[in-house]
Design a protein around this ligand. Structure first.
Ligand SMILES: [Zn+2]
Ligand SMILES: [Zn+2]
Length: 345
């Protein structure tokens, strides 16, 4: 079977390895589709994501769907032939974070396709892999494997909405219109937001944002001299900073209404940034963080499986695992693609 391994920056190899077999409580899964995320691209192009550096060959991939190929002893949650979404979070269930229901803050988290721990947690850019049954969520509908694989990015967005609190009737600003920005649009609509403005510096992602329900899109790099984002979008009640660009966080601080809420979803530069922090004080802004997701994963799977939300506009292309390198380059090109998936040959 084929498996993608990143050995170092710009060194991705597709290798032929033996198909694993499931142990007790484990499920053998044949890959359906695996989305290429920003972090996978960081491992490939830079050999690291923030401070998580590759120290041994890493198989990326944490957004996947598949079909159950076989089950180990004691597996009751899924059966062979069933289609599933895979939850990439493996929290310990014991630490303080887990016990207060915030398992995304687990101090012993093992997240698939991540170099945050050593040995690294190997991900799902491979034809077959085994997974504890608790991480397998059955899907009983005929939506595509690519749609099911969007459960993970949708979970990130749903969690961010939870962090913001009630969005019913609120005006929302989303800075950054990549996959997560577009999933934020979907999640904010689901939560009853009154109006949604999305910003970016490239046209194509903003086109997609409108397709999934943004009311207004703004090219922040094309604002006329002296024009502020607030003069176009009004002062939003809640802002989600998704781009990871320092300037975008600053514009959220300047644009959100007094007493408003900002949720930081994007990954800002590791070295930090200049932050006009007095705005937080003077305008009484609530600045909150949002990291991965917790129990919302199953809700995301259900929303997609029932097409209560339609993620299809966000999906751009599928490439075979053997073409993983080309797929990484395509995924990086925001002028023509958004979510690119890897599928078995
Ligand atoms: Zn991701
Ligand atoms: Zn824990």
């Amino acid at each position: 079977m084929l498996e993608c391994k990143v050995f170092a920056a710009n060194d991705l190899r597709v290798v032929d390895v033996e198909t694993p077999s499931p142990g007790p409580g484990e499920v053998l899964i044949r890959l359906g589709a695996a989305g290429i995320c920003g972090s996978d691209m960081h491992y490939f192009f830079h050999g690291a994501v923030g401070s998580f550096r590759i120290r041994e060959p890493l198989t990326p991939g944490h957004e996947a769907s598949g079909t159950v190929a076989a089950v180990g002893e004691g597996v009751t949650r899924v059966r062979p032939g069933q289609r599933i979404a895979i939850n990439p979070s493996r929290a310990c269930g014991q630490c303080a974070g887990c016990r207060e229901g915030r398992e995304n803050l687990c101090s012993n988290m093992r997240f698939l396709g991540s170099a945050s721990v050593f040995p690294h947690m190997q991900g799902m850019f491979r034809e077959y892999f085994t997974m504890p049954q608790q991480q397998c969520v059955p899907v009983d509908s005929d939506v595509s494997m690519q749609e099911i694989a969007m459960s993970e990015p949708l979970s990130v967005a749903l969690h961010s909405v939870h962090r913001a609190g009630d969005l019913l009737g609120k005006s929302v600003l989303i800075t950054g219109s990549g996959t997560i920005g577009c999933m934020m649009v979907i999640a904010a609509r689901l939560a009853g937001a009154r109006s949604i403005t999305v910003t970016d510096v490239v046209d194509h992602p903003l086109d997609v944002a409108r397709q999934v329900g943004a009311d207004r899109t703004v090219r922040t790099d094309q604002l006329a001299q002296g024009t502020t984002l607030a003069s176009i979008a009004g002062e939003p009640d809640v802002a989600f900073e998704v781009s990871g660009a320092p300037q975008a966080l600053i514009s959220c601080l300047e644009t959100v209404r007094r007493g408003g809420i900002i949720v930081q979803v994007g990954t800002l530069p590791v070295d930090g940034m200049h932050l006009p922090a007095n705005l937080v004080m003077q305008r009484e802004i609530d600045l909150r963080g949002s990291f991965r997701f917790g129990h919302v994963f199953e809700h995301a799977v259900q929303a997609i499986a029932s097409r209560r939300v339609d993620v299809r506009p966000v999906i751009s292309a599928s490439h075979s695992l053997a073409d993983a390198q080309a797929a990484m380059h395509l995924a990086r090109d925001k002028t023509r693609s958004m979510k690119v998936h890897l599928v078995p040959a």
